[in-house]
Design a protein around this ligand. Sequence first.
Ligand SMILES: [Ca+2]
Length: 103
Amino acid sequence: MSLEATLYTDAEYQGKQASLGPGHHVLEDNVDNQISSLRVPSGLRVTLFNRDDFTGPSSLFTSDTAKLPADINDRASSVTVEEVGKRLGLTRFPFTFSLPRKG
Ligand SMILES: [Ca+2]
């Protein structure tokens, strides 16, 4: 199964598009500071960063977004795509078993 998020340079999933799988992505000049909408399939979470080194103001998206908020619209320069399940898989829940006391 390969999940990919799709970024669009225009609102409503229009314009140039780029599909990105899990990983860290620096946006090239042709889409840098242009992203205006994105599709995020279930199971992925996408973080858009204002700067091209995964720093600066950022916004997290976990579902399709037809129009980015003004603070990140046309400003994203790098993108992190994460698999939600994979991330959760790294967590080890500490199970503890205890037997009921008897008499
Ligand atoms: Ca745009």
